[in-house]
Design a protein around this ligand. Structure first.
Ligand code: FAD
Ligand code: UDP
Length: 394
């Protein structure tokens, strides 16, 4: 086996690096711990119904980055799916994200856009200056009554962390609209891969120069593709958890994990929508996903459906890390790991990237964009080749 580059992790970050490096003529070995490639975007068909289920939670592709959109379209086409979510609260169902429909239903009014803006502005006025955390940010956007109804309970379940200790950025990704537009995302392009995530992700490594080794943990000693065998011998792009790479010397970084309870139900339609969020504290799940609704264009059985209840909790050792918690302690530890990352890059030609390698929540399009940037800016340096320079004779 020949390798110019070893990529650890076959999520969208690792696959993009591998695909781009192979296209530049390099032989790439991708090392993946799980028994499938694709990372958390992986999906499979539920065997009894044939309904495509996203194994690690609902994945909706959306981007406004034209380069990323063109890139992903090389491997798959996309349906015209537009994501919409509703929130169940105190026995009523409201549209999300917070929009004119939500506001009027909640306040039992028939306000126009300008009146609704005034009402919310009055309720949001208690936050003066730059919001310092998620709670302040949410109140500054939607006022306290809507915050308490739709955000506080859901966020408490989702994060098990006081909203005043969470960064404002977590809520900034949700729009607030003074129209009845209830599309969940604002991005220019969105959709779901027409023939599924598995087909898309598998096509990315359909190149004889790419060798994917499944069920191979880079950090487990004693095999020829382990960290100890490879490091220093060949350049590495590592997309696993940064703290684990360094044997947790500065302590473990905090992550939340999810538990998914999947059921096949003997009905054609369980909830009439792909995702219902549950805002109340006393309902233990955060949301219910019904996967048939992600592909209304497909010929799914009309008498059975697949639903998944999602529960959130802090990750224990051995759990899948999903969302970085990012408390002040985590940020201190991360700073210490970043110093080690720099040294590892220089000394052993190991570059870190992706959601786990950078301890950063990344949407799929962000993971791809970040991987393309690594290839643009860092690959030649990592390989130890000097990029051709333009010589100008004066
Ligand atoms: P990952 O997909 O996590 O891939 C990392 C890979 O590295 C994994 O396959 C892992 O097994 C492997 N690995 C780790 N350690 C080792 C090791 N030691 N040896 C070998 N292999 C290793 N994005 C969207 O755009 N839209 C969405 O709707 C959306 N929903 C999401 C819902 C959930 C619940 C979660 C958790 C994420 C969601 N995302 C969504 C984000 C999306 O999953 C990420 O953008 C994507 O996972 C990033 O890819 P990655 O390659 O950085 O990481
Ligand atoms: N959020 C909320 N209520 C909702 C939906 C979202 O309070 O019904 C908040 C919550 O803090 C969440 C954040 O907005 O973590 C981002 O929501 P998104 O749907 O992007 O992500 P999630 O964390 O639910 O996967």
């Amino acid at each position: 086996m020949r390798a110019d580059l070893v990529v650890v992790g076959s999520g969208l970050f690792g696959l993009t690096v591998a695909q781009q490096a192979a296209e530049r003529g390099l032989d790439v070995v991708v090392v993946e711990r799980r028994d499938h490639l694709g990372g958390n975007a992986w999906s499979e068909l539920e065997p009894e119904t044939g309904i495509e289920v996203h194994r690690y939670g609902a994945h909706l592709f959306h981007t406004s980055n034209e380069r990323v959109w063109r890139y992903v379209n090389r491997f798959t086409s996309f349906t015209d799916y537009r994501h919409r979510v509703w929130s169940v609260r105190a026995g009523e169902v409201y549209p999300l994200p917070i929009n004119l429909g939500t506001i009027n239903q909640f306040f039992r009014r028939a306000l126009g856009p300008a009146e609704a803006r005034d009402l919310v502005a009055r309720q949001a006025a208690e936050i003066a200056g730059e919001p310092a955390n998620l709670e302040e940010k949410a109140i500054s956007l939607i006022g306290r009554p809507l915050y308490e109804a739709f955000v506080r309970g859901y966020t408490a379940k989702q994060w098990q962390t006081d909203p005043t200790r969470l960064p404002a950025s977590v809520i900034s990704r949700l729009p607030v609209r003074y129209t009845y537009d209830n599309r969940y995302f604002n991005d220019t392009w969105q959709g779901l891969p027409t023939d599924g995530y598995a087909a898309w992700l598998t096509r990315m490594v359909d190149n004889p120069r790419i060798d994917v080794r499944l069920e191979t943990d880079f950090l487990e000693a004693g095999h020829p593709l382990s960290r100890d065998a490879v490091r220093g011998q060949v350049p590495v792009v590592y997309t696993g958890p940064v703290d684990r790479y360094f044997d947790h010397v500065h302590g473990a970084l905090g992550w939340r994990t999810l538990d998914f309870a999947q059921e096949v139900l003997p009905v054609g339609d369980f909830q009439g929508a792909p995702v219902l969020n549950y805002a109340d504290d006393d309902v233990p799940h955060t949301r219910i996903l019904e996967f048939r609704h992600f592909h209304p264009e497909r010929d799914y059985p009309s008498d059975r459906t697949v639903v998944v209840r999602e529960y959130s909790r802090f990750a224990e050792p051995g759990d899948e890390p999903y969302y970085p918690v990012n408390t002040p302690t985590d940020r201190e530890r991360l700073a210490a790991y970043r110093t080690m990352v720099e040294a590892e890059r220089t000394r052993h030609r190991v570059a870190f990237g992706g959601r786990l390698g950078s301890y950063q929540y990344l949407d799929m399009h962000m993971a791809i964009a970040s991987a393309l940037r690594l290839v643009d800016n860092d690959l030649d340096g990592l390989l130890g080749r000097v990029a051709p320079r333009l010589e100008v004779a004066l």
